[in-house]
Design a protein around this ligand. Structure first.
Ligand SMILES: CC(=O)c1sc(CCOP(=O)(O)OP(=O)(O)O)c(C)[n+]1Cc1cnc(C)nc1N
Ligand SMILES: [Mg+2]
Length: 614
């Protein structure tokens, strides 16, 4: 086994090409083995194996800094940088992160997870390097999907202007999670065809040179002219970059050769590498969308597994039906068609569906433009990714009170994707925005009711729901809902649990069979149901939410009580002021004390002892 001999990138430099090729296969097997157990970003990591080995062969990490955009494709990087013995803990609680993470290894140049950050990071690093008179290489690997992010394109613009030495590697597999989108993506495809043309033309030249040198001279001049046009068209030249490629991203020998050459060049260079997402694992090559991030699977007999009916699917079914009732409805996603449950919608309403690419800011402001011209857009977006469009929500939607609905998926802790992906800040960053309303349904029926009502009410409305399964609602069901009104689900004699969103199920579990404890489905956070809150203020109150404590639902309740001059005993159960790493959702909830056990404990500390302890 070659991998056994590799404990640092240094060891790669001592391997023969044959050993490197063998190592690539061993790494692929290890990635498949561990992802089969733990789940993870299989297809992206399989596609980047040769590229990563070539990089660590040619460059000297950690002196040279190698950045991975999103960081989800870096499993081979983890395996050759001293973490192979811990690789089986990938994405497990207390184990290796599923992304690159500065605190995890000196070889991890950036903490990643959200796309399009690598180029600005690289810009900062080369400026620091040159200002300090230091000497090392900075290499940023960015996928074609991540390159659709505005941050990346804006950084490119500055990188090209400053002309500092760095290497950017575009890992082009024509995929984001879904098929990639955008004009650049089309252009990359064209470039690949041109590559094919160049190869064919090289063969033609050899034949021609043999038959008629004169004719060959003519063709050669035509080629030079074509190249000139090509370069003028090549946007990377406009950005002040040296563009090289496209090259085969699985040709390990060729990659090493070209990287050795590019390493010596001054200024910013972009190497366009073409890879196959899922390379080396048939099912992943055939369906890179499902195998982008599968849950565990049988590596010998890999099959897709259904994860059950999710909130995302409930949302997708609801908007698909709603679109037949409301012709002005339009749904936008920033590159998360599958994750947001929009496959069915995109097939049934293609003319009212838009994947803008990995650019949440563009999604929100495009929705604002649509709202200004009479549409009723819904932006389907993960809580964590909406963080990328905070100003757009305020500046382009809320100030003019535009009818844009934010269907916020993955609200709350999300599990194995960890700190970069938990959706635990959206209540705090949204509730301070005037005009914007916030709600959290307790089930799929309430989600349908809220979506339909939101389209009728108009104005900016955020409806947040968790990463979880949910009971399917009947097709065609559009229950009424009293907007802004909480729902008392259980009466109590001493205390009431005010639960927002996903924690309601924990509240009902904790209060079951206990006449002292009531439970409220506090499904509207803004507007808060002050009338019900006033009525309950004569009891002890316990608020529960799957969100940071600061600025969350509990804060809103305290502020409202203060405004009303009411001073009941209130306890807030929420996430403490720290980042939660990766782990299972139930375990993270237990750590935060927002599960049924945590609620019971808080009630006891408030002097509300469960009946059985009487
Ligand atoms: C992991 C994760 O959250 C991924 S991986 C990925 C596709 C990246 O495509 P790319 O072409 O860059 O890489 P490839 O997988 O190798 O093709 C997306 C959209 N996401 C979700 C996402 C959405 N939005 C933002 C800002 N960041 C992330 N990470
Ligand atoms: Mg890609």
């Amino acid at each position: 086994m070659v991998l056994e001999k590799v404990n640092s990138p240094e060891d790669l430099k001592r391997l023969s090409l044959e050993e490197l090729l063998q190592l690539a296969e061993e790494i692929r097997s290890e990635i498949i083995r561990v992802t089969a157990q733990n789940g993870g970003h299989l297809a992206s990591s399989l596609g980047a194996v040769e590229l990563i080995l070539a990089l660590h062969r040619v460059f000297d990490s950690p002196k040279d800094r190698i950045l991975f955009d999103v960081g989800h494709q870096a499993y081979a990087h983890k395996l050759v940088t001293g973490r192979k013995d811990r690789f089986h803990t990938l994405r497990q609680e207390g184990g290796l992160s599923g992304f690159t993470k500065v605190s995890e290894s000196e070889h991890d140049a950036i903490t990643a997870g959200h796309a399009s950050t690598s180029l600005a990071h690289a810009l900062g690093m080369v400026l620091a390097r040159d200002l300090k008179g230091e000497d090392y290489h900075v290499v940023a690997v960015i996928g074609d999907g991540a390159l659709t992010g505005g941050m990346a394109l804006a950084a490119l613009n500055k990188i090209g202007e400053l002309g500092k030495k760095m290497l950017i590697i575009l890992n082009d597999n024509e995929m984001s999670i879904s098929e990639n989108v955008g004009a650049l993506n089309k252009y990359f495809k064209e470039l690949q065809i041109r590559k094919w043309v160049q190869d064919a033309e090289k063969l033609g030249r050899q034949i021609l040179e043999h038959i008629s040198p004169r004719l060959f001279g003519l063709v050669d001049r035509a080629k030079e002219a074509a190249k000139l046009i090509l370069h003028q068209e090549n946007p990377f030249y406009a950005w002040g970059l040296r563009y090289v490629g496209p090259v085969d991203g699985h040709d390990l020998k060729g990659l090493i050769h070209i990287l050795e050459h590019l390493k010596e060049l001054d200024g910013p260079t972009l190497l366009h590498v073409v890879t196959k997402k899922g390379k080396g694992y048939k099912v992943a090559e055939a369906d890179p969308i499902y195998w982008h991030g599968p849950p565990g699977f049988n590596p010998e007999k890999p099959e897709k597994v259904s994860k059950g009916y999710s909130w995302s699917q409930a949302f997708g079914d609801a908007v698909t039906e709603l679109a037949y009732l409301e012709p002005r409805l339009f749904v936008l996603t920033p590159a998360m068609r599958e994750g947001s449950g929009l496959v069915r919608y995109s097939l049934e309403h293609p003319e009212r569906y838009l994947d803008v690419g990995i650019c949440e800011d563009v999604a929100v402001t495009t929705a604002a433009g649509m709202a200004l011209r009479g549409l009723k857009p819904i932006v389907a977006i993960y809580s964590t990714f909406l963080q990328r469009a905070y100003d757009q929500v305020i500046h382009d939607v809320a100030i003019e009170n535009l009818p844009v609905v934010f269907a916020i998926d993955r609200a709350g802790v999300v599990g194995a994707d960890g700190a970069t992906h938990h959706g635990v800040f959206d209540i705090a960053y949204l509730r301070t925005i005037p005009n914007l309303q916030i709600a959290a349904p307790k089930d799929a029926l309430e989600l349908r009711a809220m979506l339909k009502k939101a389209l009728e009410i108009g104005g900016p409305i955020a409806i947040r729901y968790p990463r979880d399964n949910v009971e399917r609602a009947p097709e065609g069901a559009w229950p009424e809902i009293e907007w802004g009104r909480w729902e008392v689900l259980k009466e109590g004699t001493e205390a009431y649990i005010l639960a927002f969103g996903k924690t309601l199920k924990y509240a009902l579990e904790a209060a079951a069979d206990d006449p002292r404890v009531g439970v409220v489905n506090a499904r509207f956070l803004k507007p808060l149901d002050k009338e019900t809150l006033r009525a309950l203020a004569r009891y002890k109150l316990l608020t529960v939410e799957d969100h940071q404590r600061m600025g969350g639902f509990g804060s809103a309740v305290l502020e409202a009580l203060n405004e009303m001059g009411l001073k009941p005993e209130v306890r807030i159960l929420a996430l403490p002021d720290r980042f939660f790493e990766h782990g299972t959702i139930p375990s993270l909830h237990r750590q935060a004390g927002i599960d049924a056990e945590g609620i019971r404990k808080a009630l006891q500390e408030m002097g509300v002892h469960p009946a059985y302890e009487r």
